[in-house]
Structure formats: C-alpha cells, structure tokens
Design a protein around this ligand. Structure first.
Ligand SMILES: Cc1cc2nc3c(=O)[nH]c(=O)nc-3n(C[C@H](O)[C@H](O)[C@H](O)COP(=O)(O)OP(=O)(O)OC[C@H]3O[C@@H](n4cnc5c(N)ncnc54)[C@H](O)[C@@H]3O)c2cc1C
Length: 389
C-alpha cells in the first residue's frame, strides 16, 4: 500500500487478525496483510479506515473554544503548552476511565500508545512526541467493557471513531485529538538519535519540548542516555513533574536543531499529511481538540497556554470538570496560530527521502545544510514573483 495514514485501526478491527502494521521503506507505518487466504472479504478494515473515506466521520462544528492552563504550576511547567491534555486525563481517571495516550519507549526508539489507569502511569504521556506513534498494542488492549479517553492525531482519532461507531460502543469513549502539523519520518528520528547517542550513550529518556527558555522557545529536544543519566522509574514519575533537571543533550529549534529544521520545514513528513490530510483547523472527529494557543492574545505568556476546543457537549462537560483555568474566546482567536491548509512538501523532499534511506546511520550536518541552501534557492524565484504581483 502506498498511501495510508498508518493509524493502525484496521489491524485491531480485522476479525482474522491478519493485518500487521509495520514501517515502510520511507519510515512511515503502513498495513501489511500477512495471509490473504484467510481474508473473509468482510470489509471491516475499509469501514474503519479514515484514509479511504473522503469525508471525516463526525464532522461536528465547534461548540465552544477556550484558552486554558492547569492550576497546578508543576503540570503547566512540564507539559507542552498549558497542560490541558494531562488534566483531561487526570480528571477522567478519577472518574473511573482509563487513558490510551502516547509515551516514548526508549528501548524500541518509538512513540507508542499505551493504557494508563493511574495518574502515575499517565505522567509518561506528558509532552508531545513529534514522531508517528505505533498504535496497535495500545488500541488492542482496550476492552469493550471499560470507559476510555483515547488521545491521538486527528487521523488516528477519525479511524478510531469509525471503529467504536461500527461496534456500537461509542458511549464508553471520550476522544481527544490536537491541531496537527504532520508526522515526520521515523528514519529521520533514527538518524538523529544515532548522532546524539555518540554523546549520551543508549537513550533512556527523550522529550521534545521543555520550557527552560520559556514556552515560546520550547521546541527543544532533551535526551539522557546511559552514559549521562539514570533510568527513569515511571512509578515514581510524578516527581519528574517537579524536577528542574536539565537533560544532558539539549538542542533547540531556535539554535538550528536539525530534527526541528527537517520536521517543521516539512522536508520529511508523511506524504499522506500533505496530500490527504482532511483535519486541519476546525475539522475533527474528536470530542475535544487541544493545541498550543499561539497568536497575539497570549504572546507575552511564558508559562504556556493550551487551546481547548469542544466539538460535543460531552467534550465540553469534561473540560469544565478539569482543574484548569478556561477562558472563552472565539475559535478564530483560539486557533490563530494554526494551519488552515495542509503542509506543502519541500521541493527538495525527494533528496531528503533518498538520503534518509542511505545506510549511513547518521548524516553529516554539511549535507543537511546544502539541502537547506538548495531549498532556499528553489524557493527564491517564487517569492520574488509573489512580491512583483
Ligand atoms: C505530531 C504532533 C504534531 C502537532 N502539531 C501541532 C500543531 O500544529 N499545532 C498545535 O497547536 N499543536 C500541535 N501538537 C500538539 C501540541 O504539541 C501539544 O500536545 C498540545 O499543545 C497539548 O499540550 P498539553 O500541554 O495540553 O499537554 P501534553 O502533556 O503535552 O499532551 C500531549 C498529549 O499528546 C499525546 N501525544 C503525544 N505524542 C503523541 C503522538 N506522537 N501521537 C499521538 N498523540 C501524542 C499524549 O498522549 C498527550 O496526551 C502536535 C503534537 C504532535 C504529537
């Protein structure tokens, strides 16, 4: 299969369990049918697939939108924006829900969905992991008798909504997605890690955001490895919320971090994100959408402000139960810094693709710098033309 979001929902829905999700040669998850002879032709994999349907499944319009931040300063300091993601999870766990969110698994070097039913376990989900998550094991662990909050990219959530609707278990779920830029290739993360691990040793802990330099300069990758840190005991992990410890490897976008240059410059995003994303701005199948509240209203805030958008009454009720400040704004204000259209692939994306596929474990900086230079030259005439117009 060439085009797919890689959400993994077909794999959990298949009654014969013959769909496996694996990384393709460009570093994106995609399904593979392991034994076509066992296929029943039941069509469930297609019914639950967000990618093959032109319309999103639950196209509710925006009900309410808020600026939001946790009343707990430790949560706010540790989370990517204002901590609304963690607080929604914490609130629902107290009400007997389980949470299916995303943690980083340093052993496997992947982001993965997992289930937490205690607040200590939920701490691992804090922070955006800017790589595509492997959903299958987490989604498979969901049993139909319990209540769950499921968090994921908008495409993962759209497929998941199709799945729970198909099996008539929607009432047991609260679904939360986020404004999503895109997901970058796992090959790029592997090569980045290889470079970092020369300094840190085998990764024990990785985080993509920190507020050591304030929220507006929070795109900073922090990594501890076995040469420089000690393993994290997640059961004691609530302490991590309050520690001010700086990881050994700290590299910021504002200082030219190569991961962020490639990710946010759209050099190596999943082609499905540029060609076929249907979920930008106010288009979502979730009950709640969260994100960073970039824009003029909170430009002087250093601690972090989340955007929180309710698409359903259920989502709105949950937001009001959290231990968060909620300030009502228009959706335009809350989504001021968000993309309205899909990312455009960089003109040099084909070059990046082939370089990432090379066997070399890490790519010298000089090669990346040359690509950025070529990109700038390729873009220059169109900028010049726009100015003339
Ligand atoms: C790939 C990606 C792209 C994003 N693009 C944008 C964007 O364009 N604009 C914007 O405003 N915000 C974007 N975000 C969301 C943003 O980074 C914050 O997650 C959001 O502001 C909520 O932060 P928080 O402080 O509430 O909580 P946090 O504690 O940071 O909550 C993060 C939540 O996201 C979940 N999560 C983390 N990584 C992943 C992953 N790889 N896949 C699925 N779920 C994950 C966790 O389970 C957790 O619940 C993106 C996040 C990701 C992972």
């Amino acid at each position: 299969m060439n085009d797919c979001y890689g959400c993994g929902v077909c794999a959990i829905a298949c009654p014969k369990t013959i769909i496996k999700i694996q990384l393709n040669k460009n570093g994106f998850y995609e399904p593979k049918i392991t034994d076509i002879h066992k296929c029943l032709d039941c069509g469930i994999c297609i019914d639950v697939c967000s990618f093959v349907h032109n319309e999103i499944v639950s196209n509710n319009s925006v009900l309410r939108s808020y600026a939001s931040w946790s009343n707990d300063p430790n949560v706010r300091r540790k989370c990517s924006s204002g901590g609304i993601g963690f607080e929604v999870g914490r609130t629902l766990i107290k009400e007997g829900y389980k949470v299916c969110g995303v943690r980083y698994n340093p052993e496997k070097g992947i982001a993965e969905h997992y289930i937490s039913d205690t607040i200590e376990d939920l701490v691992q989900s804090i922070g955006s992991k800017y790589i595509q998550s492997y959903t299958v094991d987490g989604f498979k662990s969901i049993d139909r008798n319990n209540k769950y909050l499921v968090i994921g990219t908008p495409c993962q959530i759209d497929s998941f909504r199709r799945y729970i609707r198909k099996f008539k278990i929607e009432d047991n779920f609260v679904l939360m997605d986020f404004f999503c830029h895109s997901v970058p290739s796992k090959l790029m993360w592997d090569k980045y890690l290889h470079r970092v691990e020369k300094v840190t040793g085998k990764t024990l802990y990785a985080s993509w955001r920190n507020k050591f330099n304030g929220w507006h300069d929070s795109w900073a990758i922090s990594i501890d490895g076995d040469k420089t840190g000690k393993p994290i005991d997640w059961h004691d992990s609530y302490n991590i919320l309050v520690s001010e410890k700086k990881a050994y490897w700290n590299s910021r976008w504002s200082q030219g971090d190569i991961f962020y240059k490639l990710f946010l410059g759209d050099y190596c995003s999943n082609p499905a994100c540029s060609k076929s994303c249907k979920f930008k701005y106010d288009r979502s199948s979730a009950d709640i959408r969260i994100g960073d509240l970039w824009g003029k209203t909170y430009e002087n805030d250093k601690d972090g402000v989340s955007a929180a958008v309710a698409f359903t009454e259920k989502g709105n009720d949950v937001l009001h139960k959290t231990d968060c400040v909620l300030v009502s704004h228009t959706f335009e204000t809350v989504a001021e810094g968000q993309m309205k259209h899909n990312i455009k692939p960089a003109r040099t994306a084909f070059l990046v693709k082939y370089i990432l596929r090379l066997n070399a474990r890490s790519i010298p900086k000089i090669i990346w710098n040359s690509i950025f230079m070529i990109e700038r030259i390729l873009r220059a005439p169109s900028k010049f033309y726009k100015r003339l117009k």
